[in-house]
Ligand binder design. Structure first.
Ligand code: ADP
Length: 301
């Protein structure tokens, strides 16, 4: 197969591993900077052009679109879809997953366990908002945040109120969430490919830190999932329409709750923690599915 990895940098761990894994399985793999792709949008012959030449006879695309480049990145993926190329994740599913609120609304509709979550636009509604999630302690999240930045634990009602007012004063969009204390600063990242969890790790926050992000000093180790956690992760990925995803779960008193579904999950942490060739499994999935490229995103939201 001819595989194109859409990534801004060939030296990034995940990009490098996907290229290696593809080549090890006998494929021709190109890393293409999607910001340097340009397109001709005509009815008869849509193309993606890179360094002056159309990218032709591509069998599969692996999008690794950075959060800050979603708009242009998904346009490039969409153009490949127009040409009929199979993609590890469809453009619509990537856009959908980038919006945390939309993501939670879709998961809720499917009856997937979530931390009780609220959001509001006006600061006049703060008290009602805090009440909907059961009062303090609670977690406040910036909708645009990643890697744990902009995730704040407010221990008291007053603290919650001030933080929400401060964020809203800056015009930042936030959501407010029940604090899952019993998770003890641990979360679970499930790597879902197709309809299977192919690897899972737990991440534990640094002492005194409720956020388990590796970027915030957390540590990772492999973990055995319960059947319920496994099926929650698969259902969450499916609800979002993602073929390859990282589903983040907390262990709560009321069962597994999903925090987020990521469309470009990093491979470094999970390959190191589990010793599983995640990149190889993603390429294997493309081998099985690229030929009969018939399924289309049918999620309505
Ligand atoms: P980001 O997308 O920036 O990583 P997350 O929503 O994943 O933000 O939150 C970062 C970390 O904070 C999570 O990995 C988890 O450990 C912790 N966390 C987030 N939400 C909650 C919550 N409602 N209850 C307990 N811990 C939480």
């Amino acid at each position: 197969m001819k595989i194109v990895i859409l990534s801004q940098k060939a030296s990034l761990y995940s990009t490098r591993r996907l290229k290696e894994a593809g080549e090890a399985r006998g494929h021709e793999v190109h890393v293409i900077d999607y910001l340097r792709c340009y397109m001709n949008i005509t009815a008869h012959k849509p193309q993606v052009i890179y360094q002056g030449k159309p990218l032709s006879e591509v069998d599969a695309v692996i999008p690794r679109i950075g959060a800050s480049q979603t708009f242009y990145g998904t346009a490039v993926v969409r153009q490949f879809e127009m040409i009929g190329v199979f993609t590890a994740n469809e453009s619509q599913a990537i856009s959908r997953s980038r919006d945390k609120l939309r993501c939670l609304q879709i998961l809720a509709r499917e009856g997937i366990g979530l931390p009780v979550t609220g959001f509001a636009h006006s600061t006049k509604d703060i008290e009602g908002l805090i009440d909907t999630v059961g009062g303090a302690p609670l977690v406040i999240k910036l909708l645009e945040g990643t890697q744990g930045i902009g995730v704040v634990l407010a221990e008291t009602y007053q603290a919650a109120k001030s933080v929400i007012e401060a964020f809203r004063g800056l015009d930042a969009n936030i959501l407010v969430q029940e604090f899952i204390k019993e998770a003890g600063g641990m979360d679970i990242r499930c790597l879902v490919v197709g309809e299977k969890v192919i690897a899972a790790m737990k991440r534990q926050g640094a002492p005194g830190e409720f956020r388990s992000n590796l970027h915030r000093g957390g540590t990772a180790a492999k973990i055995k999932l319960t059947p319920e956690e496994r099926s929650t992760a698969v259902r969450a990925a499916k609800a979002m329409g993602l073929r390859v995803s990282g589903v983040d779960i907390l262990r709560s008193n009321h069962g597994p709750v999903v925090m987020e579904v990521n469309s470009s999950p990093g491979l470094e942490g999970i390959e190191a923690a589990t010793d599983i060739d995640v990149a190889g499994k993603i390429v294997e999935f493309l081998e099985k599915n690229a030929k009969n490229n018939t399924s289309r995103d049918r999620i309505k939201y």
